[in-house]
Design a protein around this ligand. Sequence first.
Ligand SMILES: Cc1cc2nc3c(=O)[nH]c(=O)nc-3n(C[C@H](O)[C@H](O)[C@H](O)COP(=O)(O)OP(=O)(O)OC[C@H]3O[C@@H](n4cnc5c(N)ncnc54)[C@H](O)[C@@H]3O)c2cc1C
Length: 401
Amino acid sequence: MALLSAGPSLDSIPVPHDLLTAEQREIRALVRALAEERIAPRAAEIDRTAEFPWDIVELFRENGIFGTLADEVYGGVGSSALATYVSIEEISKACATSGLILAVQALGTLALELAGDEEQKQRFVPRIASGEILSAYALTEPGSGSDAAAMRTEARRDGDVYVLDGAKRFITNAGIAGIYIVFAKTDPSAGHAGISAFAVEPGTPGLEIGRIEPKMGVKGSKTGEVFLNGCRVPAANRLGEEGTGFRLAMRILDRSRPGIAAQALGIAQGATDYAVGYALTRETFGEPIARHQLVAAMLADMETRCEAARGLLYRCGAMIDDGVDGPELTKLSAMTKLVCSDTAMAVTTDAVQVLGGYGFMEEYPVERMMRDAKVTQIYEGTNQIQRLVIARELARARRGG
Ligand SMILES: Cc1cc2nc3c(=O)[nH]c(=O)nc-3n(C[C@H](O)[C@H](O)[C@H](O)COP(=O)(O)OP(=O)(O)OC[C@H]3O[C@@H](n4cnc5c(N)ncnc54)[C@H](O)[C@@H]3O)c2cc1C
């Protein structure tokens, strides 16, 4: 079962109709079985108690689920964006909180992969890829979400350390992460060109956790405030050169937004599958509701929207694994997140409708799925911001660069 023991002998020729290699299909089958057998039975309770599911993290550790985030040399099974997205999708079909654990873990490895030096990679990546520590990505602040460059957190150099002062808000894994990727201004007069990135470890003097937010969905995930009060971070923990942090944040998002898209698609497919099963057994007017054409049409549209969204997601993953970077990736990644999350919201709303009054009841999973879907249109850039990104890339391409 363990992904870490997946052998190297598998056929790696892409299968054209779904873009997955034989190895990626095997990973999908393993994760799907794990999600159905071990994660689905926990989903309602995770939602009801809103407690972080450490047992799911342990399950991921035991089965090497974080392994697709890193190459073998750093303790992974070989870094693959597509394999990671497929895993997030399969897990999120059962439980969106659990899918988010893998999606956010990728933010840590991406920061190190894109900007870490060899020493930093050796120090952190094996611990993230094994699941020994969880990652957090601290960009958002009380006064800056969509307009990330308006952040006010500052980092002042003092000999061998940087002194960080500021407040981050809505940070996933606040209080439980073993590494916080923190963005701060080393040159407040330089706008986005004055932002730098740091790896901050818990226990660093001045790193404090504030309020953990009660919220609508993905309730088991911990979202909270992170304060940096004269937080003394070793200069050796700066990721990349001073002033490259904003560019890094955007390059990470190009690769992590499809992870949120995968979470959204999983929620959508999970809701569709449940609604189909329900519609085949619930009878009105003497026949299963799936036979009533208005219900049948809803189910057909739900499945079609999921399949279309999956086409974008898999293509985006394959593009990243092929090493594509820059505007082409930025545009496709934003489109993928936009389509998958809008699909999740529309499809889960329809799933509730297919179940009628039962869909509105906590006893049935589709009301949780509808609540969980909403945040996928908001975090890692709202869908308004995704549309702005796509339009900007269209204009850039028309101008010729
Ligand atoms: C559960 C959860 C987990 C999160 N986890 C993290 C995390 O781990 N790390 C992190 O850094 N952040 C995280 N976030 C923050 C998230 O990324 C931001 O909430 C999001 O980017 C939006 O920022 P905001 O909330 O400040 O909204 P605002 O930026 O204030 O936007 C408010 C509204 O205005 C719209 N809007 C803003 N500007 C424009 C514009 N130019 N044109 C059109 N419309 C616009 C937005 O689309 C939105 O509808 C998380 C958020 C949530 C809810």
